[in-house]
Structures are given as structure tokens and as C-alpha cells.
Design a protein around this ligand. Structure first.
Ligand SMILES: Nc1ncnc2c1ncn2[C@@H]1O[C@H](COP(=O)(O)OP(=O)(O)O)[C@@H](O)[C@H]1O
Ligand SMILES: [Mg+2]
Length: 349
């Protein structure tokens, strides 16, 4: 168990800035997800927590104890990576047992702990096999068991499911979430996949270009994005961001006119509206455009409407069908409109 604190943490390599101004307080037993596009500094931050990189500035503490300068081996963390890093010549049993042997745990205890960890990831029947004959999902579960068997004070997982196909990823996600709740081990989980972040996290730390953009629960981040980057990164399809202008309390863009209550003056702004807050309707509409594409998914239909040069995503009923280029009208949910400064991206309302 561990609380993990990062204060003013920065990592530079010469002129290259990996991450900067990282302030983060991860509670004991919490599952925190670092989310952001490739290169935003997720792995760098995690490696500093693990002790594999030393911060250029700032402090890292675990349970109040300063970790700067403490060797990775002396930090009580277990890492799980995208590449499973299993030893190909060892059986799964030997792979999972490896960290226990390194620590000189008594033999009978080693065997008991390996069976317990393997049972938790439902790998008990494959212990005598080599990694090469197992599926990707089974190998990832072996890597998880090897982390679990150490009973560390925290798990650090860096894109552990990226090598798996979509269906398996979903199943493993559920396993990891269940295991983490059961073990109550503080966990930092890195991903670029916003669905993974939303579904797994107690709190999401959303990063871009080496800096934290927002920290919050999945619900907070979804309902209350602090800037256009966060708004456009979360959600599937993500929030529509439409550039236009507000004057006399009305937002307008080609094909779009909607009240912008509470916004004074005359200025360029970006309107944000989620696809589920767009409703097809003949009356009281805010957007007039033409059907650009229709994508049935089974439970609902993704409709893309072209208004001016903007492509606006709408979640329509499963039965919705229309001809290409047919005129279509959309009403926005007025309680769920967001406005952002087009230059800084900062949320205005
Ligand atoms: N050892 C290194 N030397 C120089 N630059 C690095 C090194 N490791 C990472 N970087 C840079 O730091 C930034 C963040 O990288 P990383 O943390 O791996 O991103 P992410 O995991 O979010 O994809 C990137 O621009 C990357 O090129
Ligand atoms: Mg990475």
C-alpha cells in the first residue's frame, strides 16, 4: 500500500523537455490512469515513479518518504509493460516465481504464492508451459501474475493491453479492474486509449506535450473538461468543436446558430457539443446541414452532418437512415454546450 506524491517534477534531457510541472497526489489504494497522445510524457512520469529515471527537478515521495536517489530495486513497485518481458526458456510457473527466488523466499512459500497469483488471473492450468505456446492474452496474464506475486506497494502498468485485440483488451480490462479492487494495491496505469482510461480509473490525469491538462474522476473530466484539448480527447466519438463567432449572445458558424447565454461582447469562440447532445429534429433546430455519412453500429447510428466546412458527429437512433446529401436539422441540448477560447483552448463557459 502506498500514497505517491509528485511535486514540481520535471524531466529534461538537454534541451528536450519530457515532462514539466507535474504535481500529483495519488492516494493509497487508488487507481490513477495517465492518459494522453503518444509522446506526451506518460512513460517518462511512470519511469520516474519506478526509479528508472531520475527527475531533473522536483520531489517524488512514497508514503511520505523521499524517493529521489533511491534505486529502482529498493522501491516496492512492480511494473507491467506492453511487451510481456517473460523469459522464453522458463515455464510460466518459473516466470511467475522469478521475483520470489530473487528475494530468497522459502521454496514451499514460493510454490504457494505462485499458485495463488496464477489462480487470480486464471492461469493455473498453464503453469508448466513455455510463454511461446501461449496466446497474447495468456502471456499478459502471466506478466500480471508475476507482478501480483511480489505483493508490491504499487503497480505501475505501461500500456499493458496494447498488444491485444479489441475483444481481449476489453476482457483483460475487466480482470485488471476487478483484481485491483480485490488487492487494493495503489496502481498507476498508462494508456493513450480514452475508453480504457474512462472505464478503469478512479482518477484520470490527462496529459499533453509534457504537462498535465486536467486531473479528475472520469465523470468530472467528461462533464467538465477544462480546455478544448481535454474536451476533444475524451468521448467516442469525441466532442464536436466548431469554430465561430459570438455576438449579441448568439453563436454563429456556417449553418449553425445557437444562443450563447452569458457570453458578453463580440468575439471568436469555439463551440463544443457532444454527439449525444445533438438531436435530429424538424423544429427548433440549431444546425442545418447535409448528410455526409451514416455508420450503423447496431445499438445506435453515427451520423455525420456537413455544415459549412464542419463535420458534426451526431448519435442518432439505431434505426436512423437517410440518403447521402439529404438536408438534415439538428437541435443541441442547450444545457450541455461548452465554449472555448480559440487561441488558448481554455474553457470560457
Ligand atoms: N531518453 C530520452 N532522451 C530524450 N528524449 C526522450 C527520452 N525518453 C523520452 N523522451 C522524449 O520525452 C517525451 C515524452 O516521452 P514518453 O514519456 O515516452 O511519452 P509517452 O509515454 O506519453 O508516449 C517525448 O518527446 C520523447 O521523445
Ligand atoms: Mg509511453
Amino acid at each position: 500500500m502506498a500514497r505517491i506524491e509528485l511535486e514540481g517534477v520535471e524531466k529534461r534531457w538537454g534541451a528536450v523537455v519530457g515532462v514539466r510541472d507535474i504535481d500529483l497526489d495519488i492516494a493509497d489504494q487508488e487507481l490513477v490512469v495517465f492518459l494522453g497522445p503518444s509522446g506526451c510524457g506518460k512513460t517518462t512520469t511512470m519511469r520516474m515513479i519506478a526509479g528508472l529515471e531520475e527527475p531533473t527537478e522536483g520531489e517524488i515521495r512514497m508514503d511520505g518518504e523521499l524517493m529521489n536517489g533511491v534505486d529502482a530495486r529498493d522501491r516496492d513497485v512492480a511494473m507491467v509493460f506492453q511487451g510481456y518481458a517473460l523469459y522464453p526458456n522458463m515455464t510460466i510457473f518459473e516466470n511467475i516465481r522469478f521475483p520470489l527466488r530473487m528475494r530468497g523466499v522459502p521454496k514451499a512459500e514460493q510454490t504457494r504464492l505462485v499458485h495463488q497469483a496464477a489462480g487470480m488471473v486464471e492461469l493455473g492450468e498453464h503453469l508448466d508451459r513455455k510463454p511461446g505456446v501461449l496466446s497474447g492474452g495468456q502471456r499478459q496474464r502471466a506478466a500480471l501474475a508475476r507482478a501480483i506475486v511480489r505483493n508490491p506497494s504499487c503497480f505501475l502498468m505501461d500500456e499493458p493491453l496494447s498488444n491485444l485485440d479489441a475483444k481481449l483488451r476489453q476482457a483483460m480490462r475487466v480482470q485488471i479492474k476487478h483484481l485491483q479492487r480485490e488487492l487494493k494495491t495503489t496502481t498507476v496505469y498508462v494508456t493513450h486509449d480514452q475508453i480504457e482510461a474512462m472505464t478503469l480509473a478512479d482518477r484520470i490525469v490527462i496529459m499533453e506535450r509534457g504537462a498535465i491538462q486536467q486531473i479528475g474522476t472520469p465523470d468530472e473530466i467528461y462533464a467538465n473538461p477544462s480546455n478544448a484539448f481535454v474536451a476533444g480527447f475524451i468521448g467516442s466519438p469525441p466532442m464536436n468543436l466548431i469554430e465561430g463567432r459570438v455576438s449579441d449572445g448568439m453563436f454563429t458558424a456556417p449553418g449553425i446558430a445557437v444562443a450563447a447565454n452569458g457570453i458578453e461582447g463580440d468575439r471568436d469562440l469555439t463551440l463544443g457539443v457532444r454527439p449525444e447532445d445533438c438531436h435530429i429534429g424538424p423544429s427548433d433546430t440549431h444546425l442545418d446541414g447535409a448528410v455526409f455519412a451514416i455508420e450503423p453500429t447496431g445499438d445506435l447510428t453515427y451520423l455525420t452532418i456537413k455544415a459549412g466546412e464542419d463535420l458534426v458527429e451526431v448519435k442518432a437512433d439505431r434505426g436512423y437512415r437517410a440518403d447521402l446529401d439529404a438536408p438534415e436539422h439538428v437541435a443541441f441540448n442547450l444545457d450541455r454546450l461548452y465554449f472555448f477560447d480559440p487561441e488558448s483552448g481554455i474553457r470560457v463557459r
